[in-house]
Each structure stands twice: as C-alpha cells, then as structure tokens.
Unconditional design. Structure first.
Length: 129
C-alpha cells in the first residue's frame, strides 16, 4: 500500500524563476518517509532510538526529474516499501502534480545503532512494515 503525503510549494521553495530548487525534492521525500515510519511503526524517530537503539540512515538513492514543480503547486509524495529486511529498507518515492509523475526516486535505508554500526530491526517493528 502506498503512503501519501501532501506538499504545497511556497515561495521559499523556489528559485528566481519560481521553479522548485532541485534539492527541495529530497526534503519532501524525507518528510514523507518520516511520516510513513511514524504511521507504520507507531513510534517517532527519537522513540525508536531510545527504546530500540534503531536509527534509519540513507545508504543510497537514485532520482530522476521528469517535470518541474512551481510556486503554489500542490504535490503528493507517494511512498512504497519495495524491499525490507531486518537491516535495510528500500523505498520507491514518486512526486506527483495534478496526478502526473514529476519526480521519481529509489532510496535504500540502512538500520544502524546509536554507535553507527549496522543493527537489526526487532521482529516486532519489522512485522509492522
């Protein structure tokens, strides 16, 4: 099941031509991933760290810009977990404007401890994803 996250483009998101600055797409997908994790795992990031010593970090990502977003556009970030294991998650995240895909990305998240070492998600959390 896809997770949907809405984003409205503000003036601060754009360049002088009122086109969304390229790096902001990564901010939008990060926010969407955070909300997906909060919804699915029923814990916020600080709680995951404090209770389970689990932190998600971006290991790799690839992206493609298909069309621009502009000032005052309403976007939707659709996130889907396409692979999961105790030590990593792979998500596909697409950004849509007026039901048309304008950005696509694949993100691999590693699961690490507070010491920065690869660790495993507890079964109780992995089962929620």
């Amino acid at each position: 099941m896809d997770h949907k996250f809405k984003v409205r483009i503000y003036y601060e998101d754009t360049d002088a031509g009122q086109v969304v600055f390229y790096a902001n797409y990564f901010k939008y997908t990060e926010r969407a991933r955070t909300e997906l994790i909060y919804e699915r795992l029923k814990h916020k990031h600080l709680e995951l760290k404090e209770k389970f010593d689990v932190i998600f970090v971006v290991k790799s990502l690839s992206s493609k810009y298909l069309a621009p977003a502009k000032f005052e556009d309403d976007l939707v970030v659709a996130s889907k977990i396409i692979e999961k294991s105790p030590v990593r998650l792979v998500l596909e995240q697409n950004i849509e404007k007026a039901n048309k895909q304008i950005f696509t990305s694949t993100i691999e998240l590693a699961v690490v401890s507070s010491k920065g070492k690869i660790t495993k998600l507890p079964d109780e959390l992995l089962s929620l994803i």
